[in-house]
Design a protein around this ligand. Structure first.
Ligand SMILES: [Zn+2]
Length: 183
């Protein structure tokens, strides 16, 4: 097998894909404005590996403004659809999301993220946007998200209701018993 086969296989790994979300802030000149955009698809969500969103199709636009003294403002705007678990039946459902989040980024001795200001190690100056984009999408999911009326998996709902009523413990549904079901 030619060695280039392996190289090609390596280049197709998720890690390689995720490199496109890294932005070298230090290379921006002072006062510069940089626009980036991505479509976050299933490969993105599976590479990030977050708990809430496994799949999706979200347009993400990012605007980065470079200020004096190694300081940047990052504005993220997201719109699209993600697949999340329905609160009632645990089946996957489409959830429309729209999000607008901003970050202030600085350089410091140690990398840090206090929720409002992200500090990058001064010798790096590279911001990996992947997790911030994921987080912005995840924060935009409503606390309660359910299928439209009638679209839930009624088999699951029935079992959950039966258990709620007679307290029977069927091992097949044991994992679902924590779930509160509306009656
Ligand atoms: Zn449902």
């Amino acid at each position: 097998m030619p060695c280039c086969y392996w190289k090609k296989a390596y280049l197709c790994t998720p890690m390689e894909t995720m490199d496109s979300y890294k932005v070298d802030l230090k290379s921006m000149t002072e006062g510069a404005v940089s626009h980036r955009s991505w479509v976050l698809e299933d490969a993105f969500f599976s590479a990030v590996g977050g708990a809430e969103i496994k799949q999706g199709n979200v347009n993400a636009d990012v605007c980065i403004v470079s200020h004096q003294n190694d300081c940047w403002d990052v504005e993220m705007t997201l719109a699209g659809t993600v697949k999340v678990e329905c609160d009632r039946c645990l089946g996957l459902m489409d959830q429309e999301i729209q999000a607008s989040e901003s970050l202030r980024v600085k350089l410091g001795d140690e990398a840090n993220d206090d929720g409002e200001v992200v500090t990058l190690a001064a010798n790096s100056g590279e911001l990996d946007l992947a997790w911030y984009l994921y987080e912005a999408a995840a924060l935009a999911i409503p606390i309660r998200h359910v299928h439209p009326d009638g679209a839930c998996d009624e088999g699951v709902i029935r079992h959950l209701r039966d258990e709620d009523r007679d307290g029977a413990t069927d091992p097949r549904w044991a994992a679902l018993t924590k779930l509160k079901v509306e009656s």
